[in-house]
Write a protein that binds this ligand. Structure first.
Ligand code: SF4
Length: 448
């Protein structure tokens, strides 16, 4: 939306007071996100000047546009996520016509679709860019409202994605983060098999200068051997697996309508770890580490997952199975959500029977176990050297991320010394906390 507006002569401003058009891209995924969206809209509506327009866009308005407008007096326009590309039309209409009542732009559209108006579908932060490869979802997860909001999955054309990656590289982007509701489903609607692996091969072949390519949101059950091979053998693809498992007890997973075959999970994680092992654990032969594997990256696989606690019917025994699983697998990163009841989803009939206090307590227990694991894993990096992409500088410290850290959700590396934003530097790690690492800059930036 920002790019469409900028193409039409609009400029981004940091301060909402200086904006002519205020757009809030709302989230409708879970209760706390909905509340935050409405809170921001209310704050902006309260301070809105007469000549400003306030537009509520995104997922929450796609499902609950009328309700949002009712809760926030002062909204001028409502735009759903399926037709985000009509933003200029909505702004122009609001500018041209008096609108005592909010203007709704929620036309019938079954999916987000492929009408992209020839703009790059990327969100850029420093030297990193999130690039959308598909939108919508066709999975049946019982707790999730996303298929109701976005419709089924629609993949973007591979050539378009590759062209955008190249353009982003030319703009100075060094880390490309591929996103979709389910990246492993990429290409099924284009008639492709193993579409994500094919896309990664093409991206690494055709944009070899991109330093890092990170894949987010891999659906369990669809991590294929070819995907594992690509990740293990292509230097640019970070050995970072983001696989939201949601739970570890087969009964809970079955109620969630998620893949419930825990044997598959164990086998796949073991297979991936074997394909991308910790180089320091490989046997030594004649003073050299012996690897019979296509270990190009030389970095161990990092695994991130997310879980839901307090799902309807989750017994203490089921929760304990989740705790045991977390202790056994020793994930590098774990995110946890407390179950949020979403009307209209297939889990609606199950209600929300687990008391809030039980959800809180289970969340605390899970996170505290994971914090210890995370700290121990971080401590194993002390004395090692990591490539770090610089994101900022504060109080004499360079702040950045290594391949182990996706932006915003994972940890950071704090290094003594100064480097510029967007540079890739080597940092010798000297300290570890539960989420972050500390160290010292080793040398001048790694040149492009
Ligand atoms: S795969 Fe993700 S987005 Fe799709 S229905 Fe399941 S939880 Fe929702």
């Amino acid at each position: 939306m920002a790019q469409l507006l900028m193409d039409d002569g609009y400029e981004l401003v940091e301060n909402p007071k200086k904006a002519g058009v205020l757009i809030v891209n709302t989230c409708g995924f879970i209760g706390p996100a909905k509340e935050e969206s409405v809170k921001v809209l209310k704050e902006l509506a309260k301070q809105k000047r007469n000549n400003q327009l306030l537009i509520a866009a995104g997922c929450l308005t796609q499902r609950y546009g009328v309700e949002v407008a009712r809760q926030v007096p002062g909204i001028d326009g409502i735009l759903g996520t399926r037709r985000w590309m009509d933003i200029l039309q909505v702004v122009n209409k609001l500018r041209a016509t008096p609108h005592p009542e909010p203007f709704y732009h929620l036309p019938d559209a079954a999916t987000v679709g492929a009408d992209e108006r020839r703009i790059i579908r990327a969100s850029v932060a420093g030297a990193s860019a999130y690039l959308k490869i598909a939108d919508g979802c066709r999975r049946p997860c019982a707790f999730c409202a996303i298929p109701l909001i976005k419709g089924t999955a629609v993949s973007r054309q591979m050539d378009t994605i590759v062209a955008e990656a190249r353009e982003l590289r030319e703009m100075g982007i060094r880390e490309l983060i591929l996103i979709a509701q389910d990246t492993t489903d990429y290409g099924h609607d284009l008639g492709m098999k193993d579409g994500l692996a094919v896309l990664l091969e093409k991206l690494t072949d055709e944009v070899p200068e991109m330093d890092w390519i990170r894949v987010m949101y891999s659906f369990p059950g669809y991590v294929t051997d070819r995907l594992v091979d690509v990740m293990a053998s292509r230097k640019q693809i970070l050995p970072y697996l983001d696989i939201p498992l949601q739970h570890a007890h087969p009964n809970t997973l079955a109620r969630m309508k998620r893949p419930a075959n825990m044997e598959w999970v164990h086998t796949t994680l073991a297979k991936m770890r074997a394909a991308m092992p910790d180089p320091s654990t490989l046997p030594m032969v004649a003073g050299q580490r012996l690897s019979t594997l296509p270990l190009v990256t030389g970095q161990r696989l990092v695994i991130r997952t997310t879980f839901i606690v307090g799902y309807p019917g989750e017994t203490e025994e089921e929760f304990q199975a989740l705790m045991d699983f977390v202790q056994e697998i020793r994930f590098d990163r774990v995110g946890a959500f407390k179950f949020s009841f979403e009307p209209g989803t297939t889990s609606e009939a199950l209600g929300d029977p687990v008391p809030a206090a039980v959800k809180d307590e289970r969340w605390e227990r899970l996170m505290s176990v994971q914090q210890n694991i995370s700290l121990q894993i971080n401590q194993s990096y002390v004395g090692k050297t990591l490539d770090v992409l610089v994101e900022g500088y504060d109080n004499g410290l360079t702040i950045g991320r290594s391949y182990r850290d996706a932006p915003e959700i994972d940890g950071l590396v704090f290094a003594e010394g100064k480097a510029e934003i967007g540079e890739m530097v080597k940092v010798k790690i000297s300290g570890a906390m539960a989420y972050d690492l500390t160290g010292t800059l080793l040398q001048t930036p790694i040149k492009l």
